[in-house]
Design a protein around this ligand. Structure first.
Ligand code: SAM
Length: 223
């Protein structure tokens, strides 16, 4: 049996979840949870034109806003942090979103359940930076994760990575560029320095905790 990957996330729970959000964890989450076995994500909402994945959605603000802007797309969000899942459920409930499904756990488990070429877009926005060298192996972006992300993207599908940690940007660029089937779309510096037109500022991004301005790396699945 292969070893499970090292943990790429920090806490899975912090403060007590507010009663209303706790109630949504009991009532709404079971209805939105992605299957625990291999599945075709298009079957979750057959009228959706495409399926997107957001890995590490934090409090779910970006995911909810994208879902509300694009009701024709089904967005699956993966996040092991329970307070984040509870917050996302509140956004989904308040906005009456019908096009979000959740995996309240490690995205890498979910990836393994998805068929080849099943996703049109993947977002990895401001993943935990793990800045200390001895923790780099915990970073979400590794050669094997990059290969999995590429496998699940359909040809022409896009991956967006963002970080405000310079070393993690370099690390990710090196690994993603080296991944067969993935091509970096940037042509000039403004392509990675300027937030993409459809970007929604995330809660973590607003905190400016990193050591550089946010960098956005956009990749396309080539074949
Ligand atoms: C620094 S936070 C950023 C959250 C959000 N994207 C934002 O920008 O506000 C990184 C998030 O990624 C989540 N995360 C880390 N590893 C993950 C994994 N393997 N699968 C899913 N989520 C993960 C963490 O729990 C955390 O909530």
């Amino acid at each position: 049996m292969p070893h499970p990957p090292l943990r790429s996330f920090g806490r899975v729970k912090s403060r007590t979840i507010k009663p209303r959000q706790a109630a949504l964890m009991e009532t709404l989450l079971p209805a939105l949870r992605a299957p625990a076995e291999p599945f075709d994500p298009h079957a979750l909402k057959p009228d959706a034109a495409e399926v997107w994945l957001e890995i590490g959605f934090g409090g779910g603000e970006h995911m909810a806003e994208q879902a509300s802007r694009r009701p024709d797309a089904l967005i699956i969000g993966a996040e092991p942090f329970q307070n984040g899942v509870a917050s996302a459920l509140r956004h989904i409930d308040e906005r009456g979103l019908q096009n979000v499904r959740l995996h309240d756990g490690d995205a890498r488990d979910l990836l393994g359940r998805l068929p080849d070429a099943s996703l049109a877009r993947v977002f990895v926005l401001f993943p935990d930076p793990w800045p200390k060298a001895r923790h780099h192996k915990r970073r979400l972006v590794q050669a094997d994760t990059a290969a999995e992300l590429t496998r699940v993207l359909r040809p022409g599908g896009r991956l967006r990575f963002a970080s405000d940690w310079a070393d993690y940007v370099d690390w990710s660029l090196e690994r993603l560029i080296a991944t067969p089937g993935l091509a970096w779309t940037a042509e000039r510096a403004s392509d990675w320095r300027t937030p993409p037109a459809d970007h929604v500022t995330t809660r973590y991004e607003e905190k400016r905790l990193g050591d550089c301005a946010p960098v956005f790396l956009e990749f396309v699945k080539t074949a």
